[in-house]
Design a protein around this ligand. Structure first.
Ligand code: NAP
Length: 299
């Protein structure tokens, strides 16, 4: 069994990005700039935003946190989005989710100029990905693609089971896997997943176990700790665990620990490759946002 070390691969990619950004600046151009919109004070969101700011600084990408109180109206937030669309000093930006209940997330995401949509969540970018046109791909599927690619795990002709159908992970992941490769992801990326036969599963899927037992690769993004167990996988499978759930743990320094969707102890011995949680998909997601920002800058 080989552990897919997302932390290590992400650090390699950060080194590459640092060099690319340094070369841009050395040529007299300004550094790329990312905007991060956050509404309210959700502690998990604050942590994610802080990590993204730190990651940008690490590779030389400028980043600006654009914070609003959770009393902001949807109309005012739309005006702020319009300002960011028009701001030539910002190459790409994200709106940290979730938004407060009185704001319709889809309305806000749809208002983002797709060329600046470095989370790859606008209908335009999703549609372009579906059609195999150059697009900005959602960070987590992009990161998983990089991970598979850099460990030389082929997807062509393989049966890949994706558990979860969210707009942010499951759907775009399935789309990249079934595509002819190289169409959606730019040359900037080493990732070349595609040509797989894909089955998408969700909470209404009957007999998930039988489907998983036919998989060469399983990508699980359900947010259900321990969902994938040893009896559901065959020997030699590759397992990508996207799930992140905070579980209270009095012995952990922060009072909680992060667990994935895979019963790692029982599943790992049967795997050819498996991602740990933490240290697998998570670091790849953050570095993919940096890649997307550079892509938005260069286009
Ligand atoms: P989501 O929007 O809640 O979607 C979860 C999906 O899993 C849904 O499609 C749901 O089915 C399906 N599902 C739930 N329980 C299931 C079950 N028992 N059997 C089969 N399918 C089931 O979540 P998400 O945003 O995609 O995130 C999924 C997980 O990944 C979460 O733990 C999240 O924190 C984590 N995540 C991690 C990263 C990272 O960087 N590592 C990035 C993004 C998300 P229905 O559609 O039928 O409800």
């Amino acid at each position: 069994m080989t552990l897919l070390d997302g932390k290590y691969i992400a650090s390699q990619i950060r080194n590459e990005l640092r060099e690319q950004v340094a070369a841009i600046v050395a040529s007299g151009r300004r550094a790329p700039k990312l905007g991060i919109v956050i509404v309210g004070h959700n502690p998990a969101s604050e942590t994610y935003v802080a990590n993204k700011l730190k990651a940008c600084a690490d590779v030389g990408i400028n980043a600006e946190k654009i914070a609003f109180e959770d009393t902001i109206t949807e109309a005012d937030l739309l005006r702020e989005v319009a300002k960011l669309n028009a701001d030539n000093s910002i190459d790409g930006y994200i709106v940290q989710l979730p938004l407060p209940a009185h704001i319709n997330e889809q309305t806000i995401l749809s208002a983002i100029d797709y060329r600046k949509d470095v989370d790859g969540l606008t209908p335009e970018n999703v549609g372009r990905t579906v059609q195999g046109l150059p697009s900005i791909v959602s960070a987590t599927p992009r990161g998983i693609s990089e991970l598979l690619s850099r460990y030389h795990i082929p997807t062509e002709g393989k049966h890949v089971v994706v558990i979860g159908r969210s707009n942010i992970v499951g759907k775009p992941m399935a789309m990249l896997l079934m595509q002819r490769p190289y169409l959606s992801l730019p040359k900037l990326s080493a990732a070349a997943v595609g040509n797989a036969t894909v089955t998408i599963c969700h909470s209404k899927t009957t007999d998930l176990k039988s489907i998983c037992l036919t998989a060469d690769i399983i990508i699980v993004a359900a947010g259900c700790p321990g969902l994938l167990t040893a009896d559901m996988v065959r020997e030699g499978v590759t397992v990508i665990d996207v799930g992140i759930t905070r579980v209270e743990d009095a012995n952990a320094p922060k009072g909680y620990r992060l667990v994935g969707d895979v019963d790692f102890a029982s599943v790992a011995p049967k795997c050819a490759f498996i991602t740990p949680v933490p240290g697998g998909v998570g670091p790849m997601t953050i570095v993919s946002l940096l890649q997307n920002t550079l892509q938005a800058y260069l286009q």
